[in-house]
Ligand binder design. Structure first.
Ligand code: FAD
Length: 449
């Protein structure tokens, strides 16, 4: 009997463990994607546009045989499977809170129809929940997780491709919706081929300097693969296999960064509520600003009009590109939480709306890491100084000038500690040294230090 391969966060055909498994059971496979309102609604325009691009690329790679339906996954998946007389529906596990709930319901509805449910692999090299301490407890600190994750290891990439099976022609299929308008925003080319191209280019030139350049927002020093990893246009196992045995500093750092992605997914798997709530419950008592003045301050932060050049450059990069450099994500997040004293959830929501790589686990838990309320020995008393961070990581000021046109006339690193403010560029909305003291006092009150 034929089977269904339901695509979700695995929009590729190479190194696809669930496709490999499906092919063992049947040569006749229906490729299905469900546009689910529950996921579409909270996705901002950049992420939605990139998803639609990836789906269109996948459909091309399948010779136009991707069945796309819109609606409730429970109804649509069961219907599609029944229509072709499928024996089973194959998927890569979705380990996020919504995906787990949805999949439990779909699997149950399929079982009621005598149709099997087979999960193989996940968007991670090691499926969340698999790496635990010897006593079975989850890790709370990155470094020992990283060691255990490396020891655990992962399978070789699955040998799959478009011609592994015969793709069934869908009986009915909705057209892909028109992508939302992005104005002048340019996103990276979507899809598996573009992901592999970007990765191979990076392996050829970027990996050599990754270790030193990855903290430099003024350089193209990182892979820029996060949107592809988000939708599974490339699997991290493919990347880790290419990096295997490579002991150069850049390769080691990149393996560690990929492990951060897995660590956060693992934390969210064990504690799904940390998508909204503090991991460290002491932080529930932290005094945050939430009134009308806080709303106004939040708007200034969102628009990149704080008067702190590197913060403004970051916030405007997010609006212009749907992406922000990791170092700057940390700086602007620290500013929101520790200089403006706003709830980290406000910032996380804004990021999720605008990031093309917006990912619940990576976003919420990185926000919590910066806020000090997350896992790890994250030092809540470490308050980034937005001026010196700018001088250190954007030493010539090119990053700021690129995104803040009002400051283009200021030369060199003087762009960070402005002697004079060009017309139209705002005064600092708060005084960092003072707000740092306020933050430390508030943290002291909840941690007893
Ligand atoms: P590279 O440096 O090339 O790293 C390669 C890959 O490793 C990335 O694509 C990403 O998948 C992973 N990675 C790197 N750093 C991290 C990290 N700190 N945490 C988790 N994974 C990491 N990343 C997202 O993918 N989605 C998010 O929604 C997201 N939100 C963030 C919010 C905040 C406040 C912070 C501080 C970081 C966030 N990150 C998020 C992590 C990181 O900033 C991005 O993954 C990275 O900037 C993507 O660029 P890149 O692909 O060039 O990274």
């Amino acid at each position: 009997a034929p089977v269904v391969l339901w695509f979700r966060r695995d929009l590729r055909l190479g190194d696809h463990a669930a496709l490999h498994e499906a092919a063992k059971h049947s040569k006749h496979v229906l490729a299905l994607y469900v546009l689910d309102e529950a996921l579409i609604k909270p996705s901002g325009a950049p992420r939605m546009a990139f998803l639609l691009g990836c789906l269109s690329e996948l459909d091309n790679a399948l010779g136009g045989r991707l069945m796309i339906v819109t609606g409730d996954p429970v109804r649509e998946v069961v219907q599609a499977a029944r229509d072709i007389g499928a024996s089973a529906v194959h998927v890569s596990s979705d380990t996020g809170p919504y995906g787990r709930r949805r999949d439990a319901e779909v699997a149950k509805a399929l079982a009621d129809n005598n149709i099997g449910w087979v999960e193989t692999g996940s968007p991670y090299a090691v499926t969340p929940g698999r790496v635990t301490k010897p006593d079975g407890d989850p890790y709370r600190v990155f470094t020992p997780f990283h060691r255990a994750w490396t020891r655990h290891g992962w399978p070789r990439p699955a040998e799959t491709g478009p011609s592994l099976v015969d793709w069934l022609k869908p009986g009915k299929s909705a057209k892909l919706p028109k992508p939302p308008s992005l104005g002048e925003m340019r996103l990276p080319a979507p899809g598996e081929e573009a992901a592999l191209d970007a990765w191979h280019t990076f392996l050829g030139s970027g990996i050599e300097t990754y270790d030193t350049d990855r903290d430099r927002p003024d350089r193209e020093g990182t892979t820029r693969l996060s949107p592809y990893l988000r939708w599974g246009a490339i699997h991290p196992r493919t990347m880790l296999a290419d990096l295997a045995g490579d002991e150069r500093a850049g390769a080691k750092s990149l393996r560690a960064e990929l492990c951060w992605r897995e660590f956060h997914a693992d934390v969210l798997w064990h504690r799904p509520k940390t998508a909204r709530e503090n991991y460290d419950r002491r932080f529930d008592r932290l005094v945050c600003e939430t009134g009308a003045a806080a709303r106004q301050a939040f708007d200034q932060w969102c628009e990149g009009r704080t008067g702190y050049p590197v913060v403004d450059a970051g916030m405007r990069q997010l609006l212009a590109e749907g992406w922000m450099h990791n170092r700057i994500r940390m700086v602007v997040a620290s500013f929101l939480v520790k200089d403006l004293h706003l709830p980290w959830q406000w910032g996380a929501r804004h990021f999720m709306r605008h990031l093309v790589d917006g990912d619940l686990a990576s976003n919420q838990l990185n926000w919590q890491w910066v806020a000090g309320s997350g896992t790890d020995a994250a030092p809540y008393f470490r308050v980034f100084n937005p001026l010196t961070q700018g001088e250190k990581f954007d030493p010539v000021g090119d990053y700021v000038r690129k995104y803040v046109p009002e400051l283009r006339g200021v030369e060199g690193k003087a762009v960070h500690q402005l002697k004079q403010r060009p017309a139209g560029y705002p005064e600092p909305m708060v005084e960092h040294a003072h707000e740092r003291q306020v933050a430390l006092a508030r943290y002291g009150a909840i941690t007893g230090s």
